[in-house]
Design a binder for this molecule. Structure first.
Ligand code: SF4
Length: 510
């Protein structure tokens, strides 16, 4: 028997950060996944703390699926991990294996029905699956799912509209083979970015796309195994790092131990933006510590774009390591010029119109006594639309800055990401319409310098051929389908359209 629960309460869409500053979201993270197989341990709590460590990767919804060997119980809701779960809820989730998910939506709207893990019954039991990444052959998955005899409208839940639901439905259909065999047949046909964790009643599975676009690591507990988007989450639950799940690899963990399968030849193309902004600074990806990479990007920025100034300040928190590197290399003192209110970003309380007009000031204040009279270098990780930088520079000038020089530790973002990061549409990206001097002018900076592509890549210590750089270069490592078959709301369009299975209009590019 399966018991699927949730509070069912609607808490809005969990995207108030955008509402606070509706004209300029930064790059929106994607998702964090966590899985554990550990008899004798409180796997729900391990997953909770694992997700807590991965909260930066997705803040719209959170969920945990636990199996006790006989049934899977799923609990998920809109909101932060700490808002979704409490002690009583976690105490009700008993079992010895679990998967968890923290979501930012890249395909399908941010609604409860699309929260993960996605649950689906199979002929012999059930599966619950969490996905980090974004699939680009959703149209094919949709068509394949439509052919299943027990097809539920292309979705595990009739109103669920994400790529992960289709994948779960396809995975769950294995009348003549095991779930493991079905996964090995299905995964080579799935295109795009996927770091997956899923369970049936007795086995934990994890798999990573052949390009390894999103990270996924394997860890060891004294009495079990853990998989997580970033190794930082392994440290949080006391697990030691074993290794990365390799691109094109699937692992299965049950009472017989760990089995590994290669379902596709690896063609590594790790997301370079993980090093710039997405991953936690204490994560290590493909052998390179993220904090070290960011500090080196700052040093490189100082070499490429030196300037006479009195103080280097970061845009907290993401600009801090690069600002440290810039200060180190340039010899200009480092200081904190902004104070960030870390707690205002995600709340379900809607701000009044007056508060909304304050925009960025709800999140950031300039330290006037530090800034006044100084020539400031302000270091940030990226510019998307430019509205945030414009507001920050205005704030620094109001605090008395004599000059404001902006340094950015990634090259200009000119292309959308189809592999799990929600930047903006091409038309909204400021670097598409303007050159660097024009951007400086537009945001009100005295000067602006973006690190070179080569400089950024060198700081990651990865081969260029092993990285995805598409949002900077437009060179997409996994061939994209026709534009009409891409888009965050493709499946919502399908639901409304009588032409399911045909080319559909794109409502919204990611
Ligand atoms: S397009 Fe950019 S953000 Fe997306 S996977 Fe490639 S490098 Fe990462």
């Amino acid at each position: 028997m399966v018991n699927l629960t949730s509070s069912g309460r609607r808490r809005g869409d969990g995207r108030l950060t955008a509402a606070l500053d509706p004209h300029d979201q930064g790059p929106q993270d994607h998702c964090g996944v966590f899985g554990v197989w550990a008899p004798g341990e409180d796997v729900a709590k391990l997953t909770y703390f694992g997700l807590y460590a991965l909260q930066h990767r997705g803040q719209e919804s959170a969920g945990i699926a636990v199996s006790n060997g006989r049934q899977i119980l799923v609990y998920k809701d809109m909101g932060l991990v700490s808002q979704v779960f409490d002690e009583a809820t976690l105490d009700s989730l008993h079992g010895h294996l679990a998967v968890g998910h923290a979501r930012y939506s890249t395909t399908g709207a941010s609604v409860w029905e699309n929260a993960q893990p996605i649950f689906h019954p199979t002929g012999e039991g059930s599966v619950a699956l969490g996905h980090n990444g974004n699939l680009i052959n959703v149209h094919e998955l949709r068509d394949w799912a439509a052919e299943l005899p027990e097809h539920t409208g292309g979705r595990s839940n009739p109103v669920s509209t994400n790529d992960t639901s289709l994948l779960t439905e396809l995975l769950a259909h294995h009348p003549d083979s095991s779930l493991e065999q079905r996964a090995l047949e299905l995964l080579p046909q799935v295109k795009g970015a996927f770091s997956l964790v899923w369970i049936n009643e007795d086995t934990l599975y994890a798999a990573r796309d052949p390009q390894g676009i999103r990270p996924l690591v394997l860890g060891r507990l004294e009495r079990g195994w853990v998989v997580a988007s970033e190794d930082s989450a392994l440290a949080t639950v006391g697990a030691s790092v074993v290794r990365e799940i390799e691109p094109g690899e699937m692992v299965a963990i049950d009472e017989s131990g760990l089995r590994t399968h290669r379902f596709a030849e690896p063609e590594r193309k790790g997301c370079v933006f993980e090093y710039v902004y997405l991953a936690r600074p204490d994560a290590t990806i493909a052998g390179r510590n993220v904090h070290e990479a960011r500090v080196e990007m700052g040093r490189q920025l100082a070499r490429e774009f030196p300037v006479e100034a009195d103080l280097v300040i970061p845009v907290p928190e993401s600009g801090t390591p690069a600002a440290t590197g810039y200060a180190e290399e340039s010899g200009i003192p480092f200081g904190q010029g902004f104070v960030k209110n870390s707690y205002v970003g995600r709340t379900f309380i809607q701000p009044s119109q007056t508060l909304r007009q304050l925009g960025i000031r709800l999140k950031l204040n300039a330290l006037e006594h530090v800034i006044r009279g100084k020539r400031i270098v302000v270091v940030d990780d990226s510019i998307v639309r430019g509205n945030t930088q414009r507001a920050q520079i205005r704030m620094l000038r109001e605090a008395g800055a004599a000059e404001v020089h902006v340094r950015i530790s990634s090259p200009p973002v000119k292309w959308p990401c189809f592999y799990g990061i929600d930047f903006a549409t091409r038309a909204e990206l400021i670097a598409n319409g303007l050159d660097v001097d024009e951007i400086a002018n537009s945001v009100g900076a005295d000067s602006l310098g973006y690190i070179s592509l080569e400089g950024m890549i060198a700081a990651t210590k990865q081969e260029r051929s092993a990285l995805c750089t598409a949002c900077f270069t437009g060179e997409y490592p996994v061939q994209l389908p026709d534009e009409s078959l891409l888009g965050k709301h493709l499946l919502e369009v399908s639901l409304q359209s009588p032409t399911v299975g045909k080319a559909l209009p794109v409502l919204n590019n990611p």
